[in-house]
Design a protein around this ligand. Structure first.
Ligand code: PLP
Length: 415
């Protein structure tokens, strides 16, 4: 059969594949503790579920306005004023079915084939996937362990060419948990203005920030000259534990770009469902207590998992500032035990240790100068399971015989 060439350029989010593997193993009766999930283990708040079910019972189950109801957009505009300290109109907000689609719409609207887009690496794999899909060149910007997984502004400068159209930033970040500083944001903004770049600012973890005051999002949107060139990506998946509802929103203060986004939503999705918007509105306007409690719990888990990982010989883990991921360096751990790389370690831990983690390559190809090995662990799981999982990891890595047998069984004959 005949297929479009562009499908060869579309990447994927392999974390979902590991999730399926974990499900398979569990169905076979294996006990797996998973540090793979990219979603809170909390449930959506009660008042949010009530607003959603009430809307369904009131038959709010038809098509809605494609950019989202005015009430929902107003609630987002109020929320942006509160969290970013920037006043916007509801017309500058568009609702999307999950925040992920905003990456697609941004690249589709602002970038031509042959243009360049700079994105953080390691990073969310959908960025390069979308950039490549639309025939542009994905230019990785290395996040450096010695800078707590921020990028260097000089590295950014050196990657900007006459073809650069867009820069993607993500703070707090998936997979490293790193956070850009105020000075970073100022310097990035200056460069974006100077080179006339769009900035897609992925703020999906914006309120899972352990150093900021609750409810404050440190956004590049508020920097001088950035209002018209920033696309804020945000949504309800993480901060309100609403991943399954599929609700995101973009803030766009450029009229033409908003028109492009609206047409894209009409073409791909028609709209977000009315009952989801009602639930989303209730989340934004109601009590924020459950989100605050969740962030406090994540902070305690972060400390638990960082301390636990650092007590395992060969593992070195910095203490991230946000999101719910840690990204330990496991180079020495692999070397000491004979694992070829982090992927090899990931497989051993899954099949022999009963714990699921994700190797660095699930978040993009290694950067040219990158020699170290890393894994990502999500601590969106209970403290009890974190403690048990770390114990398992320690035991599995101390069991020399098990490691020897596993390496023997997985090595290619003759190699
Ligand atoms: N951006 C980043 C960095 C993410 O990690 C995710 C989800 O994992 C998303 C965007 C997409 O979120 P949503 O579930 O709302 O599509």
């Amino acid at each position: 059969m005949y297929f479009a060439d562009r499908m060869n350029r579309l990447g994927t989010e392999k974390a979902f594949e590991v999730g399926m593997e974990v499900d398979n193993l569990r169905r076979q009766g294996k006990d797996i503790i998973s540090f793979g999930a990219g979603e809170p283990d909390f449930n959506s708040p009660e008042h949010v579920k009530a607003a959603g079910t009430e809307a369904i019972n009131n038959n709010d189950t038809h098509y809605t306005v494609s950019s989202g109801t005015l009430e929902f957009r107003q609630s987002v505009a109020d929320h942006i004023a509160e969290t970013r300290g920037a006043k916007i109109d509801p017309e500058e907000v568009i609702a999307t079915p999950g925040a992920k689609s905003i990456i697609c719409y941004s690249v589709a609207s602002c970038v031509n084939p042959g243009d360049e887009v700079i994105y953080p690496n390691p990073g969310y794999p959908i960025y390069p996937s979308m950039i490549n899909f639309f025939g542009a060149t994905a230019v990785p910007l290395p996040l450096l362990e010695e800078m707590e997984f921020r990028f260097s502004i000089d590295d950014l400068k050196s990657r900007i060419t006459g073809k650069t159209r867009m820069l993607i930033i993500n703070s707090p970040q998936n997979p490293t948990g790193s956070k850009l500083t105020k000075q970073d944001l100022e310097e990035i903004a200056e460069l974006a203005v100077k080179h006339d770049l769009w900035v897609l600012s992925d703020e999906i973890y914006g309120r899972i920030n352990y150093d900021a005051k609750p409810g404050v999002v440190e956004s590049i949107f508020a920097e001088p000259g950035m209002r018209e060139r920033t696309i804020i990506l945000d949504g309800h998946s993480k901060i309100y534990a609403m991943t399954g509802w599929r609700l995101g929103y973009a803030v766009i203060c450029n009229k033409e770009l908003m028109e492009h986004f609206t047409r894209l939503v009409i073409n791909f999705n028609a709209c977000v469902s009315g009952f989801t918007l009602k639930a989303g509105q209730a989340a934004l306007t109601g009590s924020q207590k459950s989100s605050e409690n969740m962030v406090n719990e994540f902070r305690a888990r972060r400390d638990l998992i960082v301390d636990g990982l650092n007590s395992i010989p060969g593992v070195k883990c910095h203490r991230p500032h946000g999101a719910f991921y840690v990204f330990p360096n496991v180079t020495e751990c692999c070397r000491m035990r004979g694992f070829k790389d982090a992927l090899d370690l990931q497989k051993y831990l899954l099949y022999e240790g009963g714990i699921a983690v994700l190797a660095r390559i699930f978040f993009g190809e290694k950067n040219a100068e990158e020699k170290q090995e890393y894994i990502r662990l999500s601590y969106a799981t209970s403290r009890e399971l974190i403690t048990q999982g770390l114990k398992r990891m320690k035991h599995a890595l101390e069991d020399e015989e098990k490691i020897r047998n596993w390496l023997k069984s997985t090595s290619t004959p003759g190699s």
